[in-house]
Write a protein that binds this ligand. Structure first.
Ligand SMILES: NC(=O)c1ccc[n+]([C@@H]2O[C@H](COP(=O)([O-])OP(=O)(O)OC[C@H]3O[C@@H](n4cnc5c(N)ncnc54)[C@H](OP(=O)(O)O)[C@@H]3O)[C@@H](O)[C@H]2O)c1
Length: 275
């Protein structure tokens, strides 16, 4: 792990490599989002995670363009919103997203949430979108084991990635094992528990021990846990700090200790009750 850096990638089952660390932009307002993406790219981030519902795809696109970095050097993810799910609707939605993003492809297109009665039709649309080259790879988000099992019965294309809430206070080991077994990369969203657990004394103690910040401990834990991780910040100092996690290694004992913190603490929506 210690030899990894900000541009290190993990391979997926769709022959596309995903940078291990990216910038999340949920709740970043347009100007904040533009500035955050510009800063992140300057600091060396090459993976940006947005979504149609975040309302900032155009700002992400403008920042990417103005960064001067080659499009092919950036890993861009967006997501199909719930109201746009369905076979025909999803195909319209990707075109709208691409137009806003100012690009003719995304690197990964995700189904944002496993909407009942629609998710599998949406997946068929994503397969078509991938075939047309509008998405280099396709995946899902907030899919629990039953949603994945149902999908895998119907498709030959296994999702490249499943983006789910994952941090020391919410560790779904059954889901993680299932993803590993099926070759699906698990991407941890809200890796800082949406900022709600940063003051936890146990994290502070580890931060002192490793001379790192509390956020860095959580991000490093995600990486050592084998997850792709997308912390969000609108603050350039924190964006830089969140990427400065490649010069230390949490010991096996500390990793074990953090694994014991799970309390099924969910900060975002709960997909476990969606049939
Ligand atoms: N697929 C989904 O359903 C889904 C759901 C939720 C999130 N996501 C994705 O995952 C990304 C990350 O998740 P998230 O935004 O929920 O939460 P997060 O990354 O866990 O935490 C973000 C919060 O922590 C603060 N923060 C960031 N870095 C910090 C640092 N170094 N020190 C102290 N505070 C810090 C941020 O404030 P400042 O901005 O003020 O720094 C913000 O309030 C999202 O932006 C989005 O791209 C996806």
């Amino acid at each position: 792990m210690s030899e990894l850096n900000l541009t290190s990638t993990i391979p997926t089952n769709q022959s596309i490599d995903v940078p291990l660390l990216g910038l999340g932009v949920w709740k970043s307002r347009p100007k904040e989002c533009y500035d955050a993406v510009k800063s992140a790219l300057e600091f060396g981030y090459r993976h940006i995670d947005t979504a149609a519902i975040y309302g900032n795809e155009a700002d992400v696109g403008r920042a990417l363009k103005e960064s001067g970095i080659k499009r092919s050097d950036i890993f861009l993810v967006t997501k199909l919103w719930n109201a746009d799910q369905g076979y025909d609707e999803a195909q319209k939605a990707i075109d709208i997203s691409l137009k806003k993003l100012g690009t003719d492809y995304v690197d990964m297109y995700l189904i944002h949430f496993p909407v009942s009665g629609k998710r599998n039709d949406s997946w068929r649309a994503l397969e078509k979108i991938k075939g047309e080259g509008k998405a280099r790879s396709i995946g899902v988000s907030n899919f629990m084991v039953p949603h994945l099992e149902e999908l895998l019965k119907e498709t030959d294309i296994i999702p490249a990635m499943n983006q789910v809430e994952y941090h020391p206070f919410l560790q779904d080991l059954e889901l993680k094992e299932y993803c590993i077994k099926k070759g699906i990369v698990l991407e941890a969203y809200s890796p800082l528990a949406h900022g709600q657990k940063l003051e936890d004394e146990r994290i502070t103690n580890l931060a002192k021990k490793y001379h790192k910040s509390n956020a860095q401990i959580l991000i490093r834990w995600s990486l050592q846990n084998g997850n792709v991780v997308i912390p969000k910040s609108k603050n350039p100092i924190r964006i830089k700090e969140n990427a400065d996690v490649f010069d230390f290694v949490l010991s096996p004992d500390d990793m074990k200790e953090i694994h014991s913190w799970n309390e099924n603490f969910r900060t975002c929506w709960d997909p476990t009750t969606v049939d």
